[in-house]
Every structure is written in structure tokens, then in C-alpha cells.
Design a binder for this molecule. Structure first.
Ligand SMILES: *Cc1c(COP(=O)(O)O)cnc(C)c1O
Length: 419
């Protein structure tokens, strides 16, 4: 498709790491096996993205689904993820940045696209020409989008973004009244078409938290205020992944799941992906670069934070913090080693994570050899650690684990997500 493509040799694919994650490497499909690209890679299952989106459509009922593909499709690759989500039934795509939305259009991606985080001076005229919906959180944004619409000799579609209690982007208090007043003027002048109202939750991952209901009610009041000001609000959207999975009363006209599209649970305390009918789409794996014997007492990696008590055998994983492996995973990150005979063994990172390498104490009895695959995280249903396991080991959330993986790692796309 675009960028560098891999050369398929029998069961291995060799490829240069793409400089941009959106470069597509079509892997030779191997049922039941993984396709090796480079010393380390992210394997992206586009069929999982498509199926997860279909499941979210089912749960959304009459509401439409916007697949959020910001941050390079949560690290999975912007364009392939977007196409797979559209194939799964999403009718909208959501991005934080306008540049992400414009890149989708440049690559010929269809569907409604909305971007919602803007600063003064952005190329709003390009957005209007590219048929991108824009969110506005303040009058300055309405005025810039209006100027862009007049320059492009068309009407711009705008969603008013309110802060209903998250305490982040969005108009709040008197600022919300000013936003509605200016929006009504520009809408009745035919310069802008105010099509939507949106807001975002602070605590959707804690269903039953009193702020969830309070924010929903505040949201409904903003919609009513807009309608009293003469606006025809067609697209009310409030729900992220957590609300889409746990609270159908928040679906309104459009839900905006991100994390769940990629098959991870936004409410791990309530259930993993399987409990919600989802499948993780990203597998992070590498091949062992070296396996060698080490005597008891020989410290491993910088600072010797790990010292084996017995003679043992260690493996070198060619992946480190420059690839997005959290440096905080030293002595705690879970890993599965797939030995040549297919046996899967769980071990923990031994000592500090380096820029390019991680060390594993494999135990003296290991049958692992150079070239064997090591899975850092993937679908836990297959016996490997999950992104959630990595999040818990390193005191963060699975969102950060998947979005932090570096563009140094080639994305290898499996499946026919966009077929
Ligand atoms: C990121 C984001 C989403 C998606 O959130 P998830 O928790 O990943 O589902 C939805 N809406 C807005 C405004 C966002 O910034």
C-alpha cells in the first residue's frame, strides 16, 4: 500500500522499521502463528478492530458510533485502524487534532470526521474543504471557523463542546453562555451550521459515581439551552468507551469510544476485554537476540538491580524504553517466552529496562533459544500478558501502554479489517 513494504520469504517477513506508524506492512498470513518483522514489532489485528467496533455498534443501540482514532489510532496506526472501524460499522471517526483528521482525508478515508482540540490559527479552511466537522469550545474558535467557511464559500459544521464537570477543555459557566450566543448568531446568519453538542466524563470508569449522573443532567440542560437559542441540535454525544459499555442512558445520538475499539477494557475492575465481547488488537513481540549462561551472583543490566541467586540462563530482548517499554518495568514487567516447541513460559523482566534492551532470567532449565519469540503483551486469552498487566505492573493505565509504543517498532497489520 504505502511506505515501505515487507519482502515475504516463506514464513518470515523482513522489513525496515517505518519512520511513520501509518506506513503499512501487509504481513503474510499464518493461521495460528505470528509473522516476524524486524527484531521487534507490534502486530495489529485489524479483524479485532472491526469486530470490536461491531460489538460497540450493537451496544450503542440506536446511537451511531464514532471510533476515536486520535494518537495514531491509540498507537495501532491511524489509517488502517480507521478503515477497520468503518468496516465494523462506525459511521464517524474522531480525532483530537485537526492534523489527524486532515491526514485521514488525505489518505482517502470516508465517513464523518470530527476533531475537537484546536488552537488559534489552525487551518480551519482546509478542514471545511475536507468536509471535517469541528468542535468549538470558545467564541474565538467559532469566529475563526466562520472566517474559514466564508473563505471556502461554504457552511462549516460545528459541535459545541461544553465542560459539564470534567474540568478540562470545553466551555464552562458564563463562557458557555457566550459560546451559545455567538453560535446562534453565526448559525442564523447561515455561516455555521451548529449540528452537535458534546461533552466528556470525568468518572465514566467508576459507574455509579455521582458525577456521572450530574454531568449527564448538565449536558441535557446545555442541549435545551442551545435549542431555546434556536439551534437544531442533531448530534448529542457524551459517552466514551466506559460509558458506552456500562451506561446506555448516556448514548444519546452518538457514542465516542476509543480504548474499547482496540479491544481493551476501560473498567478493568469490572471485567477484562472478554467480559465485554472485545479482543485486544495489539500484540507487542520481539525475538530473543542472545541466550547465555550466567553464574550465580552476576548482576544483570545497569546498576545490577537483579542478581540471580543460582546459576542461570538469561535472554536478551531487543526492545527497550526507546521502543516504548516503560523504564519503570524493571524487575516487574511480565513477559511470555514462546519456545521453539511452542511451549509458553511466563517470566518477569530482570533488572533495569535499557534504551534498546531488556534482560530476562529464563532459568537454568529453559529450552529457549536465540530467535524464539517473546511477547510483552497481547490477547490474554492466548496465555500472554495483557496491556492491562503492564499498566498494573508500572502504575499506569492501559491507554498509556498502547499509545506510548514508539514508531521505531514496525506495525505489522494482520487481517482484512478494511476488506
Ligand atoms: C479520547 C476521547 C474519547 C475516547 O475515550 P476512551 O476512554 O478511549 O473511550 C472520547 N471523547 C473525547 C473528547 C476524547 O478526548
Amino acid at each position: 500500500m504505502l511506505g515501505q513494504t515487507g519482502e515475504v520469504t516463506d514464513r518470515f517477513v523482513t522489513a525496515v522499521a517505518p519512520t511513520r506508524a501509518t506506513d503499512v506492512i501487509r504481513a503474510a498470513r499464518e493461521p495460528g502463528g505470528s509473522t516476524r518483522v524486524g527484531p521487534a514489532r507490534l502486530i495489529i489485528d485489524l479483524d479485532a478492530i472491526r469486530a470490536n467496533t461491531a460489538e460497540l455498534c450493537r451496544r450503542a443501540g440506536r446511537a451511531q458510533v464514532m471510533a476515536v482514532v486520535k494518537a495514531d489510532g491509540y498507537g495501532h496506526g491511524l489509517v488502517p485502524s480507521a478503515r477497520a472501524a468503518l468496516a465494523g460499522g462506525a459511521t464517524w471517526l474522531g480525532t483530537a487534532l485537526l492534523g489527524e483528521a486532515l491526514e485521514l482525508r488525505r489518505q482517502g478515508v470516508g465517513g464523518r470526521i470530527l476533531s475537537w482540540l484546536h488552537t488559534p490559527g489552525e487551518p480551519f479552511a482546509d478542514a471545511v474543504r475536507a468536509d471535517v466537522d469541528l468542535a468549538a469550545a470558545a467564541p474565538w474558535a467559532l469566529d475563526e471557523i466562520a472566517a474559514a467557511a466564508q473563505q471556502a464559500a461554504t457552511t462549516a459544521r460545528v459541535h459545541l463542546k461544553f465542560d459539564t464537570g470534567l474540568g478540562r477543555n470545553g466551555a464552562y459557566g458564563p463562557g458557555a453562555e457566550q459560546l451559545i450566543r455567538r453560535a446562534a448568531e453565526l448559525d442564523s446568519a447561515g455561516i455555521l451550521s451548529i449540528v452537535g453538542v458534546m461533552s466528556h466524563f470525568a468518572y465514566a470508569d467508576a459507574p455509579g459515581h455521582p458525577t456521572v449522573r450530574a454531568q449527564r443532567e448538565t449536558f441535557e440542560r446545555y442541549v435545551e439551552t442551545c435549542e431555546r437559542a434556536g439551534l437544531d441540535v442533531q448530534v448529542r454525544s457524551l459517552a466514551n468507551s466506559a460509558a458506552t459499555l456500562t451506561d446506555p442512558s448516556c448514548a444519546f445520538d452518538l457514542v465516542r469510544p476509543g480504548l474499547a475499539v482496540y479491544g481493551l477494557s476501560p473498567v478493568p475492575q469490572l471485567g477484562g476485554p472478554q467480559e465485554f465481547g472485545l479482543r485486544p488488537a495489539m500484540t507487542c513481540s520481539a525475538d530473543l537476540a542472545l541466550v547465555k549462561d550466567i553464574p550465580a551472583g552476576q548482576g544483570l543490566s545497569y546498576g545490577h538491580d537483579y542478581v540471580p541467586a543460582q546459576d542461570t540462563r538469561i535472554g536478551i530482548v531487543p526492545m527497550g524504553y526507546a521502543d516504548g517499554v516503560p523504564r519503570g518495568a524493571g524487575n516487574v514487567g511480565p513477559v511470555a517466552v514462546r519456545q521453539r516447541d511452542g511451549d509458553l513460559r511466563r517470566v518477569t523482566v530482570s533488572g533495569r529496562v535499557c534504551m534498546d534492551q531488556v534482560v530476562l532470567d529464563l532459568g537454568a532449565a529453559t529450552r529457549a533459544r536465540e530467535g524464539d519469540e517473546v511477547v510483552l503483551f497481547g490477547d490474554p486469552a492466548t496465555g500472554v500478558p495483557s496491556a492491562q498487566d503492564w499498566a498494573e505492573a508500572t502504575n499506569t493505565i492501559s491507554y498509556e501502554i498502547i499509545t506510548r509504543m514508539s514508531t521505531r517498532l514496525p506495525r505489522v497489520f494482520h487481517g482484512e479489517g478494511d476488506a
